[in-house]
Design a binder for this molecule. Sequence first.
Ligand code: F6R
Length: 607
Amino acid sequence: MCGIFGCILKSGNAAPIIHKALKRLEYRGYDSVGEATIYEGKLLVKKDKGKIDEVHAAHNLDDLPGRIGLGHTRWATHGGPSETNAHPHGDCETQVMVVHNGIIENFLELKNELEEMGHVFKSKTDTEVISHIVEEELKEGCSLADAVRNAVEKLDGSYAIAVISNKEPDKIVCARKESPLVIGVANDAVYCASDIPAFLPLTNTAVIVEDGELVVLDDKGYEVRKISDRILVSREPTIIDWSPEMAEKQGYPHYMLKEIHEQPLCLRNTLRLQEQYLDLMTTFLDRAGEVFLVACGTSYHACLAASYIFSKLAMLATHPIIASEFVEQHGRAINIDSVLLAVSQSGETADTLEAVQCARERAATVLGLTNVIGSTLTRVARAYVCQQSRPEIGVAATKTFTSQLSVLSQLALRLAKKRGKVSHVEIEQLEEKLQQIPDIVERLLEAQEGQIKKLARKYRDKKCFFFLGRGISSSSALEGRLKLLEIAYAPAIAFPAGESKHGPISLIEPGFPVIFVCPRDGTHKTIRSNIMEMKARGASIIAVIEEGDEAIKGMADDYVEIPKGLPEVLSPIPYVIPLQLFAYYMATERGCDPDQPRNLAKSVTVK
Ligand code: F6R
């Protein structure tokens, strides 16, 4: 994920305004930054790797002449953070500059075609293909708007782009598909940006661009057209009454809630991973003598769920290990045939990196799954894949869990296919379901949030909670418990449900809240017995169940329903959502700040 910004001023220099706007978009990515302006018929560019303040200290981002320009703050997806991979990206003739947020899925095919036509690429990004296609279209005599429109019609994937060219130096052309894009309108300027906060101190008049629309900005204002048929769209601006702080959170009171709601989008992004990275990882996993899934906290819970998925789909036994225990538990046992798949949102967690270091010293293969390209994990892993969930600011990991699970499920599916362990029909059904998961999560968020808020109000004064699940759902239970205790400071206990009668059940007394995660899978019958055991001792049962599961509804004091028809291996993604929301609303009910829980840090770089 990245932040894009563009502006056309009636007078004055655009660069300082772009610089300030990028600072307001920095939460969207911060591994490199760049600006381009048009001045006296030339495109001028400043860009480099590093945070905005670092690049500004080295290059003075305010010092570019020109009243029209673009800016970009990057969160690498294709090509590591570097000066050449920083946006804006130009064409062969430096006639065009493009900033982009999103992922172009077919960029390799397009790049090959363009290289055969003689285009020379400077960067490793997917974005640069757009600049070269626009260059080609301009050569054919198209206007800038038509060139951009023809270019985006060739793209598969997601994009919000803004393009300038010295051929039409008074315009910015932008387009959107699945990545956010908004226009800001002021008396003396017009802006485009990934997000309203970028221009909110300058104007509170905004126009939301919809998917499949192209917008031309010039001194007269903005013109919106449909990309498909070029029909003019009439759209009145909206007045935004958010404070700048609210705007950064897109109107949500906390980053955590914003990030919970971002999950449909992030999950869609995980479905756009480059095939070759997944294939490479799959090859290593297939050849491995043994596979360790190593991580901490929420990322460890994703590993735990993944161990069920690898086993059920690809018949691959894996060892999910808490990173801080890895060296002691397995350090001396690993060897050249071992594969360690390290899973870390930040890519910087010290315990995970220590396990990685130990594996490397013993010649094992290290693979990575992370959110941060350019992090230590991406530098030391033999191969890695990005979880595509954009910066996570709330200390509690939410979108991290679901995005990691989507990627790990894709790896398991690929491995299953490669090993021929599951029928083609089953694989196709699972692939289809995986594609539907973002929509399912979106509907779930819409339908259940109000009810979960009420549940939090009802249970807010309870002293302690149990979270129980069986099979793959035991990982969702652990994750629900971690969320609740870390942000609402509610002591909570989680076990695989079958284990509760081996000790933990002695805590139960009348009114003790027990949260059961119970999709209708192979464990359904047994978990019903576990619910009965708790109920018989007076526990209050809160169950996350499949829609219409009358058997459990009849036993539960409260329940949350999840849509039917989800395969067991994908169930943790939607089933964890009510648990995230419950933790969030419990925290706010108890007067805790969910974004900054005490004693915790987002990235734990100490052992
Ligand atoms: C919990 C949480 C932590 C992290 C853990 C690992 O909400 O955020 O438990 O999951 O510190 O962090 P990464 O994934 O960055 O290695």
